[in-house]
Ligand binder design. Structure first.
Ligand SMILES: C[S@@+](CC[C@H](N)C(=O)[O-])C[C@H]1O[C@@H](n2cnc3c(N)ncnc32)[C@H](O)[C@@H]1O
Length: 331
């Protein structure tokens, strides 16, 4: 994990402790909260208990990758719902709690800060356990060995096949990142392209090699971490093909991913990306959810977008969940 991830993690731990602590206080010292219940609301004690219970639950759920997104959205809603209590305290100039008017009014903007923090935290993802570290080849290799490869659609994506059919000329030198069993690699090579297939799973590459021995296409197999490619392949490729590699790497490596692609592409080279999943709400993965704004922010200085559309050619299970974005290298 990088240093900023430790700060993000610390912020989650502190928030969790804070919300659980305040939530428990709702039960142990309800009178403290009853003082600031706006008189126009009914069921004061019940509302204090309910809001306390939610603070405890959301404070717990914020701790886990797979519940963090919804916990943060829940906290934002809760902070909005309890805001009237803060406003009431300010309207009494602090008398409701026997505090100074400055503190009573000064507390109000902090509620927005808490909302902002929860909004930022909703996308945090942490991976600690080395055994489950998706940045390690062993994590992926085990999946191929145990045939737990749900992402493998058993053939080239029809989106690529259609693109290649309609393209009148060869593309040239193409790099397929995180190629897995390599169905798209074989498809690209059928159209006379010089294909470099990259994956750090030895088993996946072995599977691809076996398939290639039955066909007469020529492919370069590179068993390597994609993030090492810039050492030997700067300005090398006419096209980089992306399909389900971007959602497989740790999301905190995504900017690095685009920097890498920029580096290995030749001048005016193309990144042909099929990005998925756009519909996922939770932060768990792989596959990690994909977000268009995030992609735009990482690519705007390095790439020009040539095409950006939801393809009608996706296989049924992926319909409307994947987006084709074709970029041209800038500079
Ligand atoms: C979800 S699979 C997709 C495989 C293939 N693109 C497909 O559509 O079937 C992700 C692949 O990326 C590979 N991978 C993940 N991180 C990688 C890295 N840092 N370097 C090389 N390969 C990586 C994994 O080994 C795995 O084969």
């Amino acid at each position: 994990m990088k240093i900023q991830d430790y700060f993000k993690f610390l912020s989650i731990i502190l928030s969790s402790i804070f919300y659980i602590n305040v939530g428990i206080k709702h039960f142990t010292e309800p009178q403290w909260f009853l003082q600031i219940m706006p008189p126009y609301l009914p069921f004061h004690l019940e509302l204090v208990y309910i809001s306390g219970l939610f603070e405890i639950l959301l404070g717990i759920f914020i701790l886990f990758n797979f519940t963090r997104y919804h916990a943060c959205m829940g906290l934002i809603l809760l902070l909005v719902l309890v805001f009237p209590a803060n406003i009431y305290l300010a309207q009494t100039n602090g008398k409701a709690m026997d505090i100074s008017p400055v503190i009573a009014w000064g507390r109000l903007p902090f509620q927005l800060v808490f909302i902002g923090i929860a909004y930022l935290q909703r996308d945090f993802v942490f991976i600690f356990n080395k055994k489950y570290d998706i940045g390690l080849s062993s994590f992926w290799n085990d999946k191929y060995i145990n045939e737990k490869t749900k992402w493998d659609i058993g053939g080239a994506t029809p989106i690529l096949t259609n693109y290649l059919k309609n393209k009148k000329t060869e593309i040239g030198k193409v790099c397929v990142l995180g190629c897995g069993n390599g169905h798209d690699v074989i498809e690209l090579s059928r159209y006379n392209n010089e294909v470099y297939a990259v994956d750090f799973s030895k088993r996946a590459m072995q599977n691809l090699e076996n398939k290639l021995s039955d066909s007469n296409v020529k492919v370069q197999l590179i068993i390597e971490d994609i993030f090492n490619l810039d050492q030997n392949y700067s300005n090398s490729f006419d096209m980089v093909f992306e399909y389900t590699c971007y959602c497989a790497i740790n999301p905190n490596q995504r900017k690095r991913y685009f920097d890498l692609v920029h580096k290995i592409l030749r001048k005016d080279g193309i990144l042909f990306g099929i990005f998925i999943p756009f519909d996922k709400k939770t932060n768990d993965g792989p596959p990690f959810k994909v977000n268009l704004n995030e992609i735009k922010s990482y690519t705007k200085n390095k790439f020009e977008v040539i095409e950006n559309y939801i393809s009608k050619l996706s296989i049924p299970q992926r319909r409307n969940r994947e987006r084709v974005i074709i970029f041209k290298k800038k500079g």
